[in-house]
Design a protein around this ligand. Structure first.
Ligand code: F3S
Length: 780
């Protein structure tokens, strides 16, 4: 708004979320004065339950908040996908409240298997999972939540299209929730227990993140795409480089990106372990809001930025960008003009190879040269821009008479994007070329993939995906499928070649009539020429008031859903008599601890899903996968031995290496060990979300003070804690050690360990779980 018109408006013209944001931001400025702030800090601090307490406790008068303050935040909304929503809702139900404290939505996307094509797969998915979908829909009705039925789309795309509004703070029960950072929100991936905290209206706690700045200059051209920004960054920072940070993008290059391109980059911030990622609000963000039929949200964003808070300086205005002179804890510069397309993998998203070196690397590493399948779309890369850029390639290849040599799958991220692409002819181009259109759901991205080429488990083969994650076995359950992550454009061109060594910038294909064909540079549209088509309404149950009389559908004989029993409280003493169930070596991701794929069907049944616990972990002492030894030497699978020990009331711990729990917000990776009797996990380092999830479920995460002590403890050793109970009673203050009695010699070793337990988390652990504490509070 021009300054002259400001006097005619008032803050109360803003929607309630913005009115609150404005009020809180004014308080932030009152407390922090002219301190330069990044955009992430502005939004985050403006969501503090108590601004003054949050910014001044544990800090040097508000001067060193990052990494020090424990922020107690009040998010604006919660978004849940169907696999994690089950446990979140079961936990919410145990609090016996009539409705949620903030708006929330449920998205049925994880349970549909991608196989023959959208229509058949969706039908089969609904049939197989109707029990879970009925449960979720009935809970949505009872508590007044938005329900997006199977077929409506993948959570992150649906959230970006419908709920992401600049300045909002959201929690999502999925690790790629930061996708919505592409529209200047702070959206953080959490486990169900965190979601329940927000749903019951309790503040949600987060150690104030540091800020990793990424300054973009220049402009992408040719084959380079937004995906390559994050693939390159993952290579620079590794899977742990973003831990404890929010990644905030700035610089003139930001203005050259589409909103959906920015979302793709934020999505994969999860691959570097970042708390979340965020972009400033640009003209492209504005265009996206309008194209997705949210003109009013766009106007509100402009209005919010026009109201001064306290004082007359420019700082009084909330702007969706960092203050001039804001400092970053680390700053990385990327010149988009020089950025090459990248391919990341296999097995880890940070093994990044520029396209120009990929052919040589494939040969050197003896990775398969034959490309078995190319998969594009998913939550990460199914924007209009992505798909129309791919369309330009497919059309050129079709005109030359070529067909993809590898199986070629397309997953639209939402019904809205699917319907719009259908309307504009893009999908027909893909299917005419032989592409298999999968339903608007996660499918192969989360292991729900029945491959058409029937590649047997154990067969080494290569696939290319425009997805975000490529841990072994993630897509088809076959650890010998090597998944390389790339832009949809690159996946498509290489699918036509059927080869992992094909470089569309330098190589050509031979057409059926013997001519040489070179792909043109991809060329697409940022968004549709007319606003998006919402698609079939049948998929949505919009906002609804709570209906307390609705009965939530859970059959007592169900194999897929079971009500939760509360966990035992912490004993009123230190822990003793624990045994090391297994000592793990190498990567131990949340996929390792609780596999997805076929196990997704048991997400709502803790007892049944626990049979997959740590089943792909590698035993450090024997090198075997999924092997553990009882005290009498008998061999079992890891979950079998855990179950046996649960039955014998033998509490246990796991010993592991770095970044334990890397990968996702999957709370089952914390719930299952807890259910089976784990009391502590000791490792060299933890992934942030998982470490928090463990504490919420009453499992104590401890880190070796000296990494080399990992060598001093072995499977079967007896462990007692020293100082743990006192530390918990003192609200997280105090030193902890482990007394390890060696299984074979009886020798005693003392191992010092560190912890990150806050006062609130100490309360959760003592109560047995966060839920035990919350349900008491919520009912009081
Ligand atoms: Fe779905 Fe997560 Fe993939 S939301 S599309 S499984 S990254």
């Amino acid at each position: 708004l021009p300054r002259s018109s400001r006097q005619y408006s008032s803050v109360s013209n803003l929607p309630p979320t913005y009115e609150k944001l404005h009020t809180k931001y004014t308080e932030v400025r009152r407390v922090l004065g002219a301190q330069r702030l990044t955009l992430a800090e502005k939004i985050l601090y403006s969501h503090l339950d108590n601004v003054e307490e949050g910014l001044l406790t544990n800090t040097n008068n508000g001067r060193d908040i990052r990494g020090k303050a424990n922020l107690k935040l009040k998010p604006d909304r919660v978004n849940m996908q169907d696999a994690s929503a089950q446990m979140a809702l079961l936990q919410f139900m145990s609090c016996n409240l009539p409705q949620t404290a903030i708006p929330a939505s449920i998205h049925c996307d994880h349970l549909i298997v991608g196989s023959k094509g959208a229509e058949d797969d969706l039908k089969a998915g609904i049939e197989t999972n109707h029990e879970v979908f009925d449960f979720l829909e009935s809970a949505a009705k009872k508590y007044g939540l938005d329900f997006w039925a199977p077929g409506a789309g993948i959570i992150h795309q649906t959230v970006l299209e419908n709920y992401a509004v600049p300045g909002l703070m959201q929690l999502g029960t999925d690790s790629h929730s930061p996708h919505a950072g592409g529209l200047s929100t702070i959206t953080i991936g959490v486990g169900g227990a965190d979601a329940v905290e927000a749903l019951v209206g309790a503040p949600w706690e987060l150690k104030a993140p540091k800020i990793l700045g990424v300054r973009l200059t220049g402009k992408l051209s040719g084959w380079a795409s937004p995906k390559d920004v994050i693939l390159h960054l993952a290579g620079l920072l590794t899977v742990r480089g973003g831990t404890g940070y929010i990644v905030e993008y700035s610089g003139p290059g930001v203005e050259t990106l589409s909103a959906t391109g920015m979302a793709t980059i934020c999505n994969m911030g999860a691959e570097i372990g970042a708390t979340t990622s965020i972009f400033p609000f640009t003209d492209a963000s504005s265009r996206y809001l309008i194209a997705t039929n949210r003109e009013q949200a766009n106007k509100n964003a402009a209005l919010l930025q026009s109201f001064p808070g306290a004082g007359a300086s420019e700082d009084a205005y909330f702007k969706f960008k960092a203050d001039e002179g804001a400092e970053y804890d680390q700053l990385i510069e990327i010149d988009l003009c020089k950025l090459e397309p990248h391919l990341n993998g296999p097995a880890t998203p940070d093994l990044s190879t520029p396209l120009s070196q990929f052919k040589a690397t494939v040969k050197e590493q003896q990775w398969p040269e034959k490309l078995s399948a190319g998969l594009i779309g998913s939550c990460t890369n199914s924007s209009y821009e992505d798909m129309t850029r791919v369309e330009s390639l497919v059309k050129a290849a079709e005109e030359a008479g070529l067909k993809p040599k590898a199986d070629f799958y397309i997953t639209p991220g939402s019904e809205q994007i699917r319907a719009t692409l259908e309307r504009d002819g893009t999908l027909e181009t893909f299917t005419n070329a032989g592409g298999i259109l999968l339903s608007n759901a996660c499918g192969p991205c989360i292991g729900q993939w029945k491959r058409q080429d029937n590649v047997e488990k154990g067969t080494l083969n290569a696939i290319l995906t425009s997805y975000n994650r490529n841990f072994r076995g993630r897509n088809d359950g076959n650890p010998d499928t090597l998944n390389f992550l790339a832009s949809p454009e690159l996946v498509t061109a290489m699918s036509y070649a059927g080869s992992t060594t094909f470089n569309p910038l330098t190589d050509s294909l031979t057409t059926p009539d013997g001519k040489e064909f070179r792909f043109p540079e991809p060329n697409g549209l940022e968004g549709p020429k007319t606003p998006f088509d919402g698609g079939r309404d049948v998929f949505k149950v919009a906002s609804q008031p709570p209906s307390p009389d609705v009965e939530v559908a859970i059959s007592p004989s169900s194999e897929r859903l079971a009500l939760l029993e509360p966990f035992d409280a912490f004993p009123e003493s230190d822990l003793s008599g624990l045994r090391v169930l297994v000592k793990i070596t190498g990567k131990c991701t949340t996929d390792t601890i609780s596999a997805a794929g076929p196990w997704l069907k048991y997400k709502g049944h803790l007892g049944n899903i626990s049979a997959n616990t740590l089943q792909t972990a590698t035993n450090a002492e024997t090198g075997e996968v999924n092997a553990a030894y009882d005290l009498d030497g008998s061999k079992h699978t890891i979950p079998e031995l855990a179950k046996l020990w649960k039955e014998k009331n033998q509490p246990w711990l796991v010993v592991a290496e770095h970044n334990y729990g890397e990968g996702s917000a999957r709370e089952h990776a914390a719930l299952q060990p807890r259910y089976l009797g784990a009391r502590i996990i000791v490792c060299k380092s933890f992934a942030r979300i998982h470490e928090t999830n463990l504490k919420k479920q009453g499992v104590v995460p401890l880190t070796f003070a000296n990494e080399s002590d990992y060598d001093k403890i072995a499977a079967g050793d007896e462990v007692a804690t020293i100082g743990l109970y006192e530390m918990l009673q003192n609200g997280g203050q105090g030193e902890v050690k482990l007394r390890v009695t060696k299984k074979d010699s009886g020798e005693e070793v003392i191992i010092p360990v560190t912890h990150q337990v806050t006062k609130d988390q100490a309360g959760f652990i003592l109560a047995g779980s966060a839920l035990n504490l919350l349900s008491k509070g919520a009912q009081a």
